[in-house]
Design a protein around this ligand. Structure first.
Ligand SMILES: [Ca+2]
Length: 124
């Protein structure tokens, strides 16, 4: 019985969230989870403000990062998961890596390391 439970746990998807935000590069540490129907990162909590270094976006979703609170920007960053039906500018996809049914991004190579103050996670 214990073995069956263990197998069931292993078979679960690694993440249930649509977008994950990490303080470390290469998706290190415990992520901040966000789903596409949430609008809760209007202003990131102090513990996360200017701390995000990498992001994971589920296939079919995209994340929008703002360097100021309240969705204000001097520079906006769009990070696209795979399998989107629209063909927006996907230049930053090139730096992404396929991971667990989504795409992982390191923000240092995108000139956006530890500057994010608000985020959106959206479905195509
Ligand atoms: Ca900022």
């Amino acid at each position: 019985m214990k073995r069956l439970l263990l197998l069931a746990l292993i078979a679960q998807p690694a993440f249930s969230a649509d977008c994950l935000f990490y303080k470390e590069l290469n998706r290190g540490g415990t992520p901040l989870e966000q789903n596409s129907n949430q609008n809760s990162a209007y202003q990131l909590a102090t513990a996360w403000n200017d701390q995000i270094s990498s992001v994971w976006v589920k296939d079919g979703f995209y994340a929008v990062l703002f360097d100021n609170p309240k969705f204000q920007v001097s520079k906006v960053l769009y990070l696209y998961g795979s399998g989107l039906s629209f063909s927006k500018n996907v230049w930053d996809r090139t730096s992404g890596t396929a991971v667990n049914g989504g795409t992982g991004f390191n923000l240092d190579g995108l000139g956006y390391n530890k500057v994010t103050s608000s985020v959106l996670c959206l479905k195509d």
